[in-house]
Design a protein around this ligand. Structure first.
Ligand SMILES: Cc1cc2nc3c(=O)[nH]c(=O)nc-3n(C[C@H](O)[C@H](O)[C@H](O)COP(=O)(O)OP(=O)(O)OC[C@H]3O[C@@H](n4cnc5c(N)ncnc54)[C@H](O)[C@@H]3O)c2cc1C
Length: 452
């Protein structure tokens, strides 16, 4: 099999790989993209798209039940089959656009698992190709914890969750990170009786403690049962129900078991040693400030490079890489990272927490506005949550924010945008927001610094 010479090789059709391949293809370059599973990667097929379509139904049901406080009493009937069929149809719609986009740009798609055979040389199926630039965008897979008896059982992960026809009557979720919380709360709101088992003493332990506490209140209000500081040690399945034993001795039983305990990088199959690409603990690819690996010409983007695992990170990596390859180098850290957990209430984050700022030696302070002090929150009976702003004491520059509340992920980005522009809290204070919106809380929040 002769080695074919091409201009660009992309391994994985993730969030950064697809636009990069399409851009190069459109520019008349010869591009080969290897994909071993569905086109579009985790986000479109197993992550953001199906989970947010699922949550659209779940939160509609949850809000209808909570409308009692507004004097509206609803009897909620959930058609789980219709919910899950819709999820799959939204996923199919997004997935269907990818092949035409790539092929329309002249990209050759090879549906095969790719591995390196030498420096910048990759083989997949019957094809072996070499290029001056190779981009690894191979993403991650669900981590499976060492629970005795788990191997071989029909447990769910995010790869299979959305293929269910209906939801289990009872669902055990192992993992209280954002995937476990979103799918756990979603399933509860759609009719399962959910128990979330989490090893840390609070949910979303990387976020502010009061964000975790607020979320806990909301989940418990929905009826979700929580087991914190709990470790699953063994599991059995009798063909109908799982029996999960916790290290402390308790046994939980449910028809469904979802494992959501983190992600592992898709690097073992790549044969990286053949191309001189180094990995670090856990198998993530080591990259420099410009996303280049330890092998010149080989780049890694998105989750596999051990960065915050978000679609917008992978997509922004594409923009940085595209610029760097065009001769205008752009560092990978020239961005303000924002993200959200799409539970209700949402937990939206941008930049640093106070503890993170102080740990990095910055003289920082924070102010917090409870949502009861935002008119819209009171009017709409959505007072559960708060806005917190972290600023540099000396310069007044905004360093970060945590917002917990209705559509907090949308709102916190206003602060993120301000940070991109180098804004100070006084500029946020000067911002004239529409009354009565949640965003009206932003200048009110900043104003707290006048007396803090
Ligand atoms: C349930 C869930 C919900 C999520 N929700 C959100 C959200 O709301 N917002 C958000 O920003 N992020 C979310 N994420 C995270 C987001 O999905 C990922 O961060 C994003 O998909 C990462 O993109 P990527 O480009 O790194 O790779 P991926 O999208 O993971 O794509 C990698 C691709 O590479 C392929 N591949 C791997 N190895 C090989 C090989 N050897 N040969 C050929 N192909 C290979 C894989 O099959 C895959 O298609 C969610 C994740 C999960 C699991």
């Amino acid at each position: 099999m002769p080695i074919e010479e091409v201009d660009l090789i992309v391994i994985g059709s993730g969030q950064g790989g697809v636009p990069l391949a399409a851009e190069y293809g459109k520019a008349g370059k010869r591009v080969v993209l290897f994909e071993r599973d569905r086109l579009g990667g985790s986000c479109v097929n197993y992550g953001c798209t199906p989970s947010k379509a699922f949550l659209a139904s779940a939160h509609a049901a949850g809000r209808a039940r909570l409308a009692t406080g507004l004097g509206v009493h609803c009897e909620v009937h959930v058609d789980q089959r219709a919910v899950l069929e819709r999820v799959r149809s939204v996923r199919a719609e997004w997935n269907a656009g990818i092949a035409p986009r790539l092929e329309g740009s002249g990209v050759e798609i090879v549906h095969a698992s790719a591995s390196f055979t030498g420096e910048r040389t990759v083989r997949g199926s019957e094809r072996e190709v070499r290029a001056p630039i190779v981009v690894i965008d191979s993403g991650t897979s669900p981590a499976v914890p060492p629970i005795r008896g788990l191997a071989g059982l029909p447990y769910l992960t995010n790869l299979t969750f959305f293929d269910q026809v209906t939801l289990p009557e009872r669902l055990l979720v192992v993992g209280g990170g954002y995937v476990g919380l979103e799918l756990g709360q979603g399933a509860q709101r759609l009719g399962s009786a959910v128990t979330i088992v989490h090893s840390a003493d609070r949910l979303l332990e990387r976020e502010e403690p009061d964000a975790s506490a607020t979320l806990r209140t909301s989940l418990e209000r929905d009826g979700v049962a929580l087991r914190l500081s709990a470790r699953a040690s063994a599991v059995e399945y009798d063909g109908h129900a799982f029996r999960l034993t916790l290290a402390a001795g308790e046994t939980l039983e449910a028809e469904g078991l979802l494992i959501a305990t983190g992600r592992v990088p898709n690097t073992p199959d790549l044969d990286l040693a053949r191309t001189g690409v180094t990995t670090r603990t856990g198998g993530f690819v080591v990259v420099d400030d410009f996303l280049e690996t330890t092998c010149p010409g080989v780049y890694a983007i998105g989750d596999v490079a051990g960065q915050p695992a978000f679609t917008h990170v992978s997509w922004e990596d594409y923009r940085r890489m595209s610029s760097t390859l065009a001769g205008k180098p752009r560092r990978r850290d020239d961005r303000v990272l924002s993200y959200s957990t799409f539970t209700e209430p949402q937990v939206g984050r941008t930049g640093l927490t106070l503890a993170q700022a102080q740990a990095s030696g910055i003289d920082a302070k924070a102010v917090t506005l409870p949502l009861e002090r935002v008119a819209r929150a009171t009017e709409w009976d959505l007072e559960l949550g708060f806005f917190r702003l972290v600023v540099d004491n000396g310069t007044g520059k905004i360093l970060g924010a945590t917002f917990v509340g209705y559509e907090a992920g949308e709102l916190v980005q206003i602060v993120g945008f301000g940070m991109e522009l180098g804004a100070t809290w006084r500029q946020l204070d000067d911002f004239v927001a529409i009354h009565p919106t949640f965003a009206e809380g932003l200048p009110s929040l900043a104003r707290l610094l006048e007396t803090a």
